[in-house]
Design a protein around this ligand. Structure first.
Ligand SMILES: Nc1ncnc2c1ncn2[C@@H]1O[C@H](COP(=O)(O)OP(=O)(O)O)[C@@H](O)[C@H]1O
Ligand SMILES: [Mg+2]
Length: 231
């Protein structure tokens, strides 16, 4: 039986027979507003609750914005940051040269020395944008994934989806490197004046997972997956 790590989202853990397999790299893909950042924070917060260390690597929001996002769900990350149980790394997509150097040189050492067992990269799509061509993107992603794997940490990478395909990441790379892929969607409900969020586990190596298209919501306490519910 593969060891599991609790995602912090009960319904999702149920779909995964107990949680995300330990040391897996899982891609959470979806368009804007589907809750990717929330899911990453919830996963990290769960680790902190269990006494683990975590690293959040952000290419989108700055530190204050991330702390505010988390706080809105009742997760106070500041004390964890101060106590160095959590690290927040903001990479600037506008400063590609510096950032690429940091990703290649500093980040690997930092991940190793910090002792994190959970890592979130939000988002791998923006990280990819820093690299000029397909080859460089592939090499970076492969190296980074290998490095994280070596530390034994469990990792979530968020990714934007292709405009015309909600089941493929924009670069079409991360889902192949990943051990797992979870797709989030915002779909229109016929005859109803509303949108429904749905989640599916597209891929999860080494376990028997649910393949159901499952409704979820974003509420006061974060993501709530309604594992047993009908669409
Ligand atoms: N505190 C909150 N309570 C309830 N829902 C929230 C809260 N904060 C954000 N949301 C919902 O989550 C959405 C944003 O989620 P986010 O994780 O930032 O998505 P993504 O990273 O995929 O763009 C918002 O558009 C809103 O619908
Ligand atoms: Mg986001």
């Amino acid at each position: 039986m593969v060891d599991r790590v609790k995602s912090g989202i009960e319904g999702l853990d149920e779909m995964l027979e107990g949680g995300i397999p330990k040391s897996h790299m899982v891609v959470i893909m979806g368009s804007f507003g589907t809750g990717k950042t929330t899911m990453g924070l919830q996963f990290l917060n769960q680790g902190l609750k269990e006494g683990e260390k975590g690293i959040y690597i952000s290419l989108e929001e700055d530190e204050k914005s991330i702390l505010d996002d988390a706080k809105a769900f009742g997760w106070d990350l500041k004390p964890h940051l101060d106590a160095k149980r959590m690290a927040l790394v903001k990479l600037e997509p506008t400063d590609a040269k510096t950032t690429v150097t940091r990703v290649g040189k500093e980040l690997p050492d930092f991940i190793k020395s910090f002792g994190a067992t959970r890592i979130v990269i939000d988002s791998v799509s923006l990280l990819n944008m820093l690299f000029e061509n397909e080859h460089d993107k592939r090499v970076m992603l492969f190296n980074l994934t290998q490095l994280i794997k070596k530390t034994g940490a469990t990792c979530i990478m968020t990714a934007e989806v292709k405009d015309d395909n909600p089941l493929a990441t924009r670069d079409g790379l991360a889902e192949y490197v990943a051990d797992g892929v979870i797709a989030l969607r915002n779909v229109e409900v016929a005859d109803k004046n509303e949108m429904q969020l749905t989640l599916r586990v597209v891929k999860m190596r080494r376990i028997r997972h649910s393949r159901r298209i499952t409704p979820y919501g974003i509420g006061a306490k974060g993501i709530e997956v309604h594992a047993g519910a009908e669409l």
